[in-house]
Design a protein around this ligand. Structure first.
Ligand SMILES: C[S@@+](CC[C@H](N)C(=O)[O-])C[C@H]1O[C@@H](n2cnc3c(N)ncnc32)[C@H](O)[C@@H]1O
Length: 270
């Protein structure tokens, strides 16, 4: 499929963005920067081991696993993992990568409905994926319904809800992104896209407007997620932090800039 083809479903669009040979690290601060990556791995390991302590096992669903950057760590911590992927090429990579690992089941999920079909879970994790899903609250609700008492939920690496952020926070975040983007080519296409967004025009057939759905609109509402999760879990925490693609600006921003990104962890499903 080429970029000029009219893509109709989110599955088609995710495949355009995450096709064969897609490099998941390229635009992903949480993979590029060792510090962020290590923190996420620590959190994943903590969630799995706490869940095993409470439930005696950890049947875990990792939504939108990409090429499985974090899946190995979940398995190493003791989870039996089901990974889902909307993009068939990425699901193929996952199948190949984990073909000898009976602890990993790969599900290609072109229409994002597999959550309603999985069995009981002890934990669910979403790494840099909720901002791709138009109705992420419904998706998280569906996951929570599958999680048994004592279970856990973790999501990381989504943009904080824009309407709640200060103008300075938004400017620093977008400025850092554009500086990085300048070095990535397709500048003309990027500029056209920005101009359309500035006018509030979104084209549902265009990968640029649909794949990073909430990054190009309003971010992800961390407080709505907190409220949703607090109805089912004893302990819910939102963790805010700075993240950007450029390494130098990541280091500076971590020390001096307001947070741009968040993770949320919910423990002890009631
Ligand atoms: C930014 S990538 C993150 C991949 C991986 N979690 C990581 O951190 O390396 C988002 C991935 O989610 C997938 N995706 C988007 N919506 C999805 C959905 N509803 N169900 C399953 N996968 C989805 C995309 O195909 C893409 O591979």
């Amino acid at each position: 499929m080429t970029d000029t083809t009219v893509a109709r479903t989110m599955g088609d669009l995710q495949e355009l963005a995450h096709g064969t040979d897609h490099d998941y690290a390229k635009g992903s601060p949480h993979i590029r920067h060792q510090g962020l990556r290590d923190r996420i791995i620590d959190q994943l390991q903590a969630v799995v081991s706490e869940t095993i302590d409470r439930n005696g096992q950890c049947r875990l669903l990792e939504l939108g696993a990409g090429h499985g950057t974090f899946t190995d760590h979940l398995v190493a911590a003791g989870a039996q993992v089901t990974v889902t992927e909307m993009s068939e090429p990425s699901a193929r990579v996952l199948r190949q990568r984990f073909r000898h690992n009976p602890g990993v089941t790969v599900v290609h999920d072109p229409d994002g409905t597999s959550v309603s079909k999985v069995g009981e879970l002890d934990a669910a994790v979403c790494i840099s994926v909720l901002h791709h899903i138009p109705d992420y609250l419904a998706t998280v609700s569906g996951l929570v319904e599958r999680i048994v008492p004592g279970g856990s939920f973790l999501s990381v690496q989504d943009p904080l809800w824009y309407p709640r952020r200060t103008r300075t926070s938004m400017r620093l975040d977008k400025g850092a992104y554009y500086l990085w983007r300048l070095g990535q080519g397709s500048f003309r296409r990027g500029l056209d896209t920005q101009l359309r967004r500035f006018r509030g025009v979104f084209d549902e057939t265009k990968e640029a407007d649909m794949v990073e759905y909430h990054v190009v609109r309003d971010g992800v509402d961390e407080e709505a997620l907190r409220t949703l999760l607090a109805a089912s879990f004893e302990d819910v925490r939102v963790q805010r932090y700075w993240s950007t693609q450029n390494g130098g600006l990541q280091a500076v921003g971590e020390r001096f800039f307001p947070s741009s990104t968040f993770g949320i962890v919910a423990r002890k499903r009631g």
